[in-house]
Design a protein around this ligand. Structure first.
Ligand SMILES: Nc1ncnc2c1ncn2[C@@H]1O[C@H](COP(=O)(O)OP(=O)(O)OP(=O)(O)O)[C@@H](O)[C@H]1O
Length: 589
């Protein structure tokens, strides 16, 4: 289910308030500015809506889509067909255009989801080529078939019975203001919803998105669907303005220009989408005034695009960072502050309940000729912390990948609390109750701490519980942007978020990497409490043997992909084979 929640609980009303103010300002502009000067401002709003859609799929979800104006064309086509045939005019009267516009949005969203299907397999340039190809195909089709109003030699009726005179232009502008404000409010809430978090997560790491229990396919397709919906609404609104569409308004080249603008300004930010809308209309207009051929606007957009894509930044983020700097809130590492206390240090190494929760039997993984794991058998007892150690390349991370569904071709079986995980996709495995963290940083910096933890925990913990877990691991408060947090702390937040998901078993892949030795000890003190305090059983992969000694109920050693020893800490760490396997590292033992 889609749950909407803005970053700061107290400020859920803010987008509504800003939207309301924007509508009032828009009406004032409509009253003050002569009606015959409102055509371009209306087009700016239409372009802004289209850019907000592009901001979702490109700026937020990180996918290249070069067919946004094709979506607008689809929206315009649907609205024209419904209007020309006056399908429900007698039912909805003056409001029928609004109904047609919504239908156009939904219809275009369906097309958007279909167009988004290649994105499930393709990325980067390949996806760009496909979406540009789709734009070209739409363009050719529209050239051949044209729009219903043009074909019938008609103009569609404007909404609310507005005429095509200047008074009507004023009304259309006010209508466009209201629609733009509604879209901006909707996009803002969506960006802060679970969908929005999944888009930001998938842009940063598809693997960690799946590990958080979210379907990568769903995240990508919803981004395409929402983007196309907004494209369709923009197209329909444009039609209400011009009353008869022509294919030349939706060319692939203009879609390309719009993509570039979106990247340059950062149109996932609402104010920047508005700025993009202004540039989209004003640049060709200035060229027209200067009597420069309009095609040159494409060159201007191209130059801006090269600048944006090569620097990897956008105007919106740069402006916000500059403001932060001015207000003394520049990018500074947030202090971790995780420290040992005597009370915490006194907590004993956890003892299990005797029940086997995770059972791995005969796990075998080969990468071509390299046998990464051979017939590995491991069982993890409920309520314990099992340490999985071994030299570099022993197969520890491969073990975690295989268990969590990222190596589906593995041999052997894995059961969690009696449920077979063998045929399940990574996001299903996470939902069944086997979670993992990563050796590399996979925490999306575009989210805030609280939004990230809510996204990963999938509603398993209340806001109070989340605040408690964050405090327990000395993580920054929920409102902190993750981009301000150093990598070591981000890994702690990843652990805290995974615990907030209340999995049955959590696989931690070197969770303390990036922390100082003292922080390692303090982290170990917290970790020891996790099984009893949060009911989460842990399998810990760790090179720091001080940490391993301080938390693990038992140990398993992997070497060359095979289990070398398993049992209590004392028996394993004094095993001569283990000492030999570590060789140069024996002083560690
Ligand atoms: N995608 C892959 N393709 C080919 N070989 C791989 C792949 N992933 C891992 N391996 C090989 O499998 C073996 C086990 O690697 P793995 O990363 O699981 O070890 P590890 O114990 O986690 O090492 P480290 O402690 O350095 O993280 C190594 O020989 C590695 O080179």
């Amino acid at each position: 289910m889609l749950r909407v929640r803005v970053a700061s609980q107290e400020k859920w009303w803010l987008p509504l308030a800003i939207g309301g103010i924007a509508i009032v300002v828009g009406i004032l502009i409509a009253v003050i500015v002569p009606a015959d000067s409102l055509f371009r401002p209306t087009t700016i709003l239409v372009a802004s809506i289209s850019l907000m859609g592009l901001g979702v799929v490109t700026g937020t979800a990180g996918m290249i889509a070069l067919c946004q104006l094709s979506f607008a064309a689809v929206g315009a086509w649907i609205v024209e067909w419904l209007s020309v045939n006056d399908v429900w005019g007698n039912i909805f009267g003056n409001f029928s255009f609004v109904v047609y516009m919504l239908i156009a949005g939904v219809g275009t969203a369906v097309i958007g989801v279909i167009v988004g299907l290649p994105a499930l397999r393709l990325r980067g340039v390949n996806l760009a080529v496909i979406t540009l190809g789709i734009a070209a195909a739409f363009d050719l089709t529209l050239q051949k078939t044209s729009f219903p109003a043009l074909v019938g030699g008609k103009h569609i009726a404007r909404p609310f019975g507005l005429g095509s005179d200047f008074g009507g232009d004023r009304g259309i502008f006010i209508f466009a203001v209201v629609v733009t404000a509604a879209v901006a409010i909707g996009v803002t809430y969506l960006q802060h919803s679970r969908w929005g978090s999944s888009w930001k997560s998938v842009a940063f790491s598809e693997r960690s998105t799946a590990s958080a229990g979210t379907s990568v396919q769903f995240a990508k397709l919803t981004a395409f669907g929402v983007s196309a919906f907004l494209g369709g609404i923009a197209g329909a609104l444009f039609d209400s303005q011009i009353t008869q569409a022509n294919y030349s308004s939706f060319s692939p080249l203009q879609s390309l220009g719009m993509y570039v603008l979106s990247a340059v300004v950062g149109s996932h930010l609402i104010d920047m989408a508005l700025l993009g809308g202004i540039l989209f209309v004003v640049i060709p207009w200035i060229l027209q005034l200067l009597k420069v051929p309009l095609e040159w606007s494409t060159v201007v957009f191209g130059v801006l695009g090269i600048q944006a894509l090569t620097t990897g930044s956008n105007l919106g983020t740069d402006i916000r960072n500059a403001f932060r700097k001015r207000r003394g809130k520049a990018l500074v590492p947030v202090e971790v502050g995780i420290a040992s206390s005597e009370a915490v240090a006194a907590v004993q190494i956890p003892r299990g309940t005797g029940k086997v929760l995770l059972e791995v039997t005969g796990l075998t993984v080969a990468f071509g000729a390299v046998k990464a794991l051979t017939d590995v058998n491991i069982s993890v007892e409920e309520g314990t912390i099992l340490g999985l150690i071994g030299p570099n390349g022993a197969g520890k991370s491969t073990f975690v990948d295989a268990l969590t569904g990222f190596l589906p071709q593995h041999g052997g079986t894995v059961t969690l609390d009696g449920i077979s995980l063998d045929k399940l996709a990574p996001n299903r495995i996470a939902r069944v109750g086997l979670r993992r963290t990563y050796q590399q940083d996979r925490v999306p910096p575009t989210l805030r701490v609280g939004a990230y933890v809510r996204f990963v925990s999938r509603g398993q913990s209340s806001p109070t519980e989340i605040a408690e877990i964050l405090q327990f691991f000395a993580c920054p408060v929920a409102s902190t942007p993750l981009s301000l947090v150093d990598v070591g702390t981000r890994r702690l937040i990843e652990v805290a978020a995974s615990i907030a998901a209340k999995p049955k078993v959590l696989l931690l892949d070197e969770p303390a990497a990036g922390l100082s030795h003292e922080e390692h000890i303090a982290f170990g003190d917290r970790l020891r409490q996790v099984p009893s305090r949060f009911g989460v059983t842990i399998l810990l992969i760790e090179h720091d043997l001080d940490l391993v000694r301080s938390v693990c109920s038992s140990l398993t050693v992997l070497n060359f992909g095979e289990v070398l020893a398993t049992g209590s800490q004392e028996s394993v760490l004094s095993n001569p084979d283990v000492l030999k396997a570590y060789m140069g590292e024996t002083e560690l033992l």
